[in-house]
Design a protein around this ligand. Structure first.
Ligand code: PLP
Length: 392
């Protein structure tokens, strides 16, 4: 069977060069980076090389990179760490309705357990935050604003530069969850004007369980974990050296190959979209038409459950998603699509295809061959259920 992986927004396959670097590191670079002997120094060298590679990907200084266990931890360290460290200045945090749960739930925790007030900004039909909404929401008590760079379900890219400037002018720190954007689209922390930025290796062909938080020089955070002095005490514990080395190589490759990869997935996305519009009637495209990730396509097949389509695609060896992987399996419609104001039929029929460097024209064509009959059959079944009993 021709298996097709169209779920790169959930996670990406590890790049062979990353796997090779990690295997070598695992086998040979086993010292503790905190040890002063040669074995330790070699491990520290590997960690510091990765720090430089990650910094280069986002235009940061190496000493501003804090390694974490991934995007979720980086988001939590940013949101909880910044809010708690600035508690004496105010108790108001602002975020958006389309954030990943790593941010939303951290904010909810602050509101429910730590006496913060949280404002959740709405988005428009394309999933974008209106900068004027942020202007209106800011108060002298606002200590942190967290708005994601690119959305994981619809791929919409937010006007971060503008939002960050507004937040900074009001004296608030600005965090962006760039887990879906970093490694896919150009990111420069100075050009964006952000104070904190999260990224995760497994979204750009690195390993799972390795990520980083960019912390602008001078920004104070309270650590989530207490222990040793690693990562400037912001993330104590013996670091995951092979994971960090893998993150570094993945960042380096992403930086070098970004334009080429983006052009490749953008072309495949166009092919996929054109084919779907031609072959699947009653299809709506979700997200922003221009301000979006190059390789992500979210559509709604009206009148059909997205989950049913996914199960049928899976039987044919094709992997896609109905939203975020964490929400998949639950029948609750996506909070992102709900915030964008989609009608119920569009909410329930949503499908996310996310393309990657390994995908080919043949992969797209296979989907275009398999999907239309599945949709037709499910629509016929839905019509059948609605028909009066006794009819053929
Ligand atoms: N933020 C966004 C936008 C994501 O898409 C994800 C991953 O699904 C995360 C955060 C969490 O990252 P991780 O899986 O590395 O914990």
């Amino acid at each position: 069977m021709h298996r097709v992986y169209l779920d790169h927004a959930a996670t990406t396959p590890v790049h062979p060069a990353v796997a090779e670097a990690m295997a070598r590191c695992l086998a040979e670079t086993y010292g503790n980076p905190s040890s002063i002997h040669g074995f330790g120094r070699e491990a520290k060298k590997a960690v510091e090389a990765a720090r430089e590679q990650v910094a280069a990907l986002i235009g940061a200084r190496p000493q501003e990179i804090v390694f974490t266990s991934g995007g979720t931890e980086a988001d939590n360290l940013a949101v909880l760490g910044a809010a708690r460290a600035r508690r004496d200045r105010g108790n108001h945090v602002i975020t958006s309705a389309v954030e990943h749960h790593a941010v939303l739930d951290a904010c909810e925790h602050l509101a429910g357990r730590e006496g913060f007030r949280v404002t959740v900004l709405p988005v428009d039909g394309a999933g974008r935050v209106d900068p004027d909404e942020l202007r209106r929401a800011l108060t002298p008590e606002t200590v942190l604003v967290s708005v994601m760079l690119a959305n994981n379900e619809v791929g919409t890219v937010q006007p971060i530069r503008e939002l960050a400037a507004i937040a900074k002018a009001a004296g608030a720190l600005f965090h962006t969850d760039a887990v879906q954007g970093a490694g896919q689209i150009p990111v420069d922390v100075d050009a964006l004007g952000v104070d904190l930025l999260s990224l995760s290796a497994h979204k750009f062909y690195g390993p799972k369980g390795a990520g980083a938080l960019y912390v602008r020089k001078g920004v104070r955070l309270q650590p989530l974990v207490h222990g040793g002095g690693q990562e400037r005490r912001l993330r104590p514990g013996t670091p995951n050296v092979p994971g960090i080395a893998g993150l570094g190589v993945a960042a380096e490759l992403a930086r070098r190959e970004m334009a080429e990869r983006a052009a490749h997935v953008a072309r495949l996305r166009e092919r996929l979209l054109a084919g779907l519009l031609e072959r699947v009637p009653d299809l709506a495209v979700n997200g922003h038409p221009e301000e979006r990730l190059p390789g992500l396509l979210n559509v709604s097949v009206l009148g059909v459950e997205g989950e049913s389509i996914l199960l049928n695609l899976d039987l044919k060896g094709i992997a896609a998603s109905s939203g975020s992987a964490c929400a998949a399996g639950s029948t609750e419609p996506s909070h992102v699509l709900k915030a964008m104001g989609l009608a119920p039929a569009a909410l329930h029929g949503a499908l996310r295809f996310s393309l990657g460097r390994g995908n080919t024209d043949a992969d797209v064509d296979r989907l275009l061959e398999v999907l239309p009959p599945i949709v037709e059959r499910l629509r016929a079944m839905a019509r059948g259920c609605g028909e009066p009993a006794g009819r053929a």
